[in-house]
Design a protein around this ligand. Structure first.
Ligand code: HEC
Ligand SMILES: [Cu+2]
Length: 337
């Protein structure tokens, strides 16, 4: 009888207590609810669902500074993409039924937004989350301070309507503009093309040039200051992030923009909300686009169009992404190839 009890104890030790202690050790070592250590890599399972089915799960990921992280991303529904722009991490495709893996080390404290990069559903752009990197030795660092965006520094009211005061009669062409290259001293970034035109028109040295020639010169100045590479990068971003609403050809006719509330402007004299137009902005609308400076457009893209359905991109876009996409937006009015 005693022998049997002894044998049973041994069996219990081998099959229950030993594995249990190993498991407890693992759990203690990684101190996390959803990960376990493997060659000092923290493995995190991330599920991608279309936004009205929950979006990213989890949508907030916490990791420690210096840790290696392996994300195992799976999608139960459709094809998604994944990007953490600030960390330069990308997974082009997460196919349904497959697990896509990406591994990286985090060497910076902060909160880094991530997003889906495929138009997985009408609400795709809502599919965002963030990864929080914490330094365990300094868990509450002072909040980072950011310079306010240019439109705030320059006190530009981005909600005011901004019609151009001058509009060309034919599409301005950067190619034709090379024939005439007046020095365009104005910073095209801060001034709208229409303001730049007005200044050129009062320049005595350009008296003999036609309006069309001046517009062509402005188109040329835009192409020169933006650069072909930036315009090409902007085109890719536009196709990925904006075309579903604003339309491939910029006309504001993308499928995901159909049921958006669109623009309502505050009428300043009686403070009434005035419905101007429904749906996403039409970038081929010359009076509207030529009346907007780059800084104004940047303000809209950074902040989003409060209540119109235009998402904010400040948290996802780097400065370069921002200027690249704005450069490309100009091509809907300026001919350049
Ligand atoms: C979910 C749909 C949607 C997506 C995606 C979207 N937009 Fe918009 N956008 C809108 C709506 C709606 C408006 C408001 C209509 C307006 O301002 O005339 C708008 C307005 C704008 C405006 C303001 C135009 C003006 O002159 O006032 C800019 C600039 C703009 N979007 C750029 C972008 C860029 C760049 C992207 C991609 C990075 C983008 N949008 C993605 C829906 C969208
Ligand atoms: Cu998506």
């Amino acid at each position: 009888m005693k022998k049997e009890l002894f044998a049973l104890t041994i069996v219990l030790l081998i099959f229950v207590a030993f594995p249990a202690s190993l498991f407890a050790y693992q759990a203690w070592r990684t101190n996390t609810s959803f990960g376990f250590a493997q060659d000092d890599v923290r493995v995190i399972a991330l599920t991608a669902n279309v936004p009205n089915n929950g979006g990213w799960s989890p949508d907030t990921i916490r990791v420690n500074l210096g840790e290696r992280v392996r994300l195992r991303i799976s999608s139960p529904d459709v094809v998604h993409g994944f990007e953490i722009p600030a960390l330069g991490i990308q997974v082009a495709e997460i196919l349904p039924g497959h697990v896509a893996e990406v591994e990286f080390a985090v060497s910076r404290v902060g909160k880094f937004p991530f997003a889906c990069t495929r138009w997985c559903s009408v609400d795709h752009w809502r599919m965002r989350g963030s990864i929080k990197v914490i330094d365990p030795n300094n868990p509450n660092p002072l909040p980072q301070s950011f310079a306010p965006p240019l439109y705030q520094q320059l006190k530009i009211d981005i909600d005011a309507l901004h019609p151009a005061t001058n509009v060309p009669t034919q599409r301005p062409s950067a190619t034709r503009g090379t024939l005439l290259s007046p020095v365009i001293a104005d910073d095209l970034r801060v001034n709208s093309p229409s303001d730049v035109f007005a200044k050129l028109r009062t320049n005595d040295a350009l008296k003999t040039n036609s309006d069309s020639q001046l517009w062509d010169a402005i188109a040329f100045a835009w192409k020169q200051s933006a650069g072909d590479d930036a315009i090409a990068r902007g085109q890719k971003l536009f196709a990925r992030d904006c075309a579903a609403c604003h339309g491939e050809s910029g006309k504001g006719d993308g499928p995901a923009g159909r049921n958006l509330p669109g623009l309502a402007a505050m009428q300043s004299d009686n403070h009434q909300m005035l419905e101007i137009k429904r749906g996403p902005a039409d970038f081929t609308d010359a009076p509207k686009m030529l009346g907007a400076s780059d800084v104004l457009l940047q303000g809209k893209i950074i902040r989003g169009g409060m209540g119109t359905g235009m998402p904010e991109w400040r948290t996802l876009y780097t400065d370069q992404n921002m200027w690249d996409v704005i450069s490309y937006l100009r091509s809907f009015v300026f001919e350049y190839k």
